[in-house]
Design a protein around this ligand. Structure first.
Ligand SMILES: [Zn+2]
Length: 123
């Protein structure tokens, strides 16, 4: 999926990159070839702050491997106004709240760097 290559290159540099339309300036996530607002094909990646809030979450009990613990899958509203799917780590599911402040962290899992979220420090 070439549309997403830029995203994973950003993750390797510990950045969350989102496409910003050159024509109208709108951000779009997930990535796509065309701006849904103005149909422009021109865009550049823009680095997000990594700060956001939990819009929704589920505890996934369908492990990708037999020994995996349940994963907290979250929809995060980034402060720049785009929403992304990720996993929330280092937190007990009982402490997770809608609207909770979170921040991006980057961890190497099975040799690949992944963007994850944790509770924001001081939140
Ligand atoms: Zn546009």
């Amino acid at each position: 999926m070439r549309d997403q290559d830029f995203f994973w290159e950003g993750v390797r540099d510990e950045k969350i990159l989102v496409q910003r339309c050159d024509a109208c300036g709108s951000l779009r996530q997930p990535p796509g070839p065309m701006c849904p607002r103005c149909q422009s094909l021109d865009w550049h990646p823009k680095a997000m702050s990594g700060r956001g809030t939990v819009y929704a979450f589920i505890l996934s009990k369908h492990p990708t491997r037999p020994d995996d613990a349940p994963r907290l899958v979250v929809l995060v509203d980034l402060e720049e106004g785009v929403r992304m799917v990720s996993n929330l780590v280092d937190v007990d599911v009982r402490d997770v709240r809608i609207g909770m402040s979170v921040e991006a962290i980057f961890r190497v899992v099975d040799g690949a760097t992944l963007p994850l979220f944790r509770m924001a420090r001081g939140a």
